[in-house]
Design a protein around this ligand. Structure first.
Ligand SMILES: [Zn+2]
Length: 66
């Protein structure tokens, strides 16, 4: 199966965390995904803030992240 591609910059093979963030923060049924850099820009936050979010979601036991 081919990996997911960032809808904005075309980065290939998005990792589980990037896909998880798109689902968690934008739309759980998302068909378009963002890499972490483009998602940060879209949400007007920093990449570091998103990485902190990933850690929070993981700590909650969210299965979308790993
Ligand atoms: Zn991107």
């Amino acid at each position: 199966m081919k990996g997911k591609i960032c809808y904005v910059c075309g980065k290939e093979d998005l990792n589980k965390n990037e896909i998880g963030l798109t689902k968690k923060l934008l739309n759980k049924d998302a068909k378009w995904f963002y890499c972490i850099d483009c998602l940060a820009e879209y949400l007007e936050v920093t990449t570091e803030e998103l990485l902190a979010k990933i850690d929070e979601f993981k700590a909650e036991g969210c299965k979308l992240f790993g």
